[in-house]
Each structure stands twice: as C-alpha cells, then as structure tokens.
Design a protein around this ligand. Structure first.
Ligand SMILES: NC(=O)c1ccc[n+]([C@@H]2O[C@H](COP(=O)([O-])OP(=O)(O)OC[C@H]3O[C@@H](n4cnc5c(N)ncnc54)[C@H](OP(=O)(O)O)[C@@H]3O)[C@@H](O)[C@H]2O)c1
Length: 267
C-alpha cells in the first residue's frame, strides 16, 4: 500500500535521528518532502539524500519553538508544493535528571516550547490546508507521553501535553477528513540522548543508553510510515509499551517498576 505517492509532507526535525530516517523512508515512495530543522547544513544533507532517492525535497531551516518560524514553514511548504497533505510533528528535545537534582529549571520551559507549543503553532497554521487536502497530522510522541518515566519529568510532561492536545483535536476534527496519528516510540538510537539536558541545563554530551539494545531510527521510521499509511490512531512501537498501556489499569505499580528498571538499565 502506498497512498503517500505525490503527497506533500512536512517533517520537522528532519536533519537527524527519526526525522531524517522518516524522510529517507518516504523519499522512495514518491512523497514531496518539506524538511525542517534548525541546522541548515545538516538539513541540506538530508534533502540531498532524499533527492538522490528520487524525491522532490526542500530544506526549510527554522526553530519550531518560534511561532513565526512555524507560520513561515507552512507558508513555504504551500509556496513550494501548492498543498499540504501530511504534517509530521517530529522535532523534539529531552532531559535526563531526577527532579530533585535539577538546578537550571529553564529546561522545563524549553521542553514545553519545542515538544508541545511548536506542534501546536504548526498545527494552527497547517489546519486550513489539511482540511482542504483531507490530510493527516502525525505526532511523534513517546511512551513517556502515555506513562510516567523517572528522570524525564519535564520530557514526560511535554509529551503528555502533546498527546492530550492531539487526542482532543482529533475529536474536534471528526467529519473534517483530517486524521491524527499519534506515534509512541520506545527508546530509539538517535542524537537525542547525547543532546539531552542534564540537571545543570547543559547537554550530557554522551549517550546514557545501551544503544545496541534499543530500536534503530530506520526501524522506527518504517513502523511510523506504516502507521501513516493506515492513518492509525495510536501506534505504540514496543511490546512493553503496548503491554504497559493495559497493565497500568490493573497493576499500575508494576508499570512504574518496569519504567524504573528501563531507566536504570538504559534500554
Ligand atoms: N530517540 C528516542 O529514544 C525517542 C523515543 C521516543 C520519542 N522520540 C521522539 O522522536 C522525535 C525525534 O527525536 P530523535 O530521537 O530523532 O532526536 P534527534 O536525533 O536529536 O533529532 C532531533 C531533530 O529535531 C531537530 N530539532 C531540535 N530542536 C528543534 C527546534 N527547536 N526546531 C526545529 N528542529 C529542532 C534537530 O535538528 P536541529 O538541532 O538542527 O534543529 C533534529 O533534526 C522527538 O520528538 C523525540 O521526543 C524519540
């Protein structure tokens, strides 16, 4: 099934990690790709690789935490492709610190600005175009948007906000032809853990994850594209995430312990 051929798709955070893998997964399907991130150089490299795979691709540098940049991104996509079929809210940042060790609390504001308000501003600007195309909004959330995770209080809060926003919007959009797909990956190999903000507000610099034991960005992208093609309501990308969703109704303490162990063992 390829219902994405010829579709105009805007992906935020497309210079690295899951966003870049998504762009490379969509390129051979014939999607027309508008790619965003802050770093113009890395973004251009992704666009170049997509073109080499036969896609039309344009690099649109910008910061999703800025309302004007979000509006500009949608306008530039329309200007280039004449329509918008899919908005993929992927750009995101994270943190690693117990709450009682946090010294620089500005990270909480930054997490909300990038992970929640950015997707909200983008959606606000994109909605008229998505209604016209009877399109799709994709929210790359996280298991941390569905359940609590230690050492990620600010991240989990921002992803819960994102999930709450898109769950509510989906109901408002009933009958409009616009679908909302929420994707909840478990740990994925990417740059996000290296860049994660520690208790002092500075990036960790090294990944705390056992990368050999977690999902690759390519696999995450493959599963995400499958969910997009099905316009799936919610795709939880790990078995423990799927089990946890139901187990928390009857044994919430057990789910807390699974989350605690996942963080302690870093996979
Ligand atoms: N990796 C995981 O374990 C995991 C698990 C669950 C969910 N997720 C979610 O998946 C999404 C992608 O994360 P990832 O793991 O692929 O991270 P990543 O490798 O760090 O990539 C993040 C991307 O977002 C861009 N970005 C960051 N801040 C931005 C901003 N303010 N405006 C525009 N672009 C911005 C980055 O480029 P620039 O720095 O150049 O802007 C980069 O292209 C995030 O929403 C994350 O929360 C990740």
């Amino acid at each position: 099934m390829n219902n994405l051929a010829g579709k105009s798709v805007l992906i935020t955070g497309a210079s690295e990690g899951i966003g870049r893998a998504l762009a490379l997964e969509l390129a051979p399907l014939g999607a027309r790709l508008a790619l965003n991130a802050r770093s113009a150089q890395r973004l251009q490299a992704t666009a170049h690789d997509c073109v080499a795979l036969g896609a039309e691709a344009v690099a649109l540098p910008g910061d999703v935490s800025q309302r004007q940049d979000c509006q500009g991104l949608i306008a530039a996509t329309i200007e280039r492709f004449g329509r918008l079929d899919v908005l993929v809210n992927n750009a995101g940042i994270t943190m690693w610190s117990r709450f009682d060790a946090v010294v620089d609390f500005s990270v909480f504001e930054r997490l909300m600005a990038v992970n929640y308000l950015g997707p909200m501003w983008l959606t606000a600007a994109a909605l008229p175009h998505l209604k016209q195309s009877r399109g799709l909004i994709v929210a790359i959330a996280s298991i941390a948007g569905l359940t609590g995770v230690p050492e990620r209080t600010g991240y989990a809060a921002s992803k819960h906000a994102m999930v709450g926003f898109f769950e509510s919007l989906r109901i408002e959009l009933r009958g409009s032809g616009v679908a909302v797909s929420i994707i909840a990956p478990d740990f994925v190999v990417s740059q996000i853990h290296r860049r994660a903000v520690g208790p002092d507000g500075k990036p960790l610099g090294t990944t705390p994850m056992q990368e050999s034991r977690i999902m690759s960005a390519d696999e995450c992208a493959r599963l995400t594209v499958r969910a997009m093609q099905r316009r799936q309501r919610l795709a939880i990308l790990s078995a423990r995430g799927r089990v946890g969703r139901w187990a928390r109704l009857i044994a919430p303490g057990m789910v807390d312990r699974i989350a605690q162990r996942a963080i302690r063992e870093r996979h």
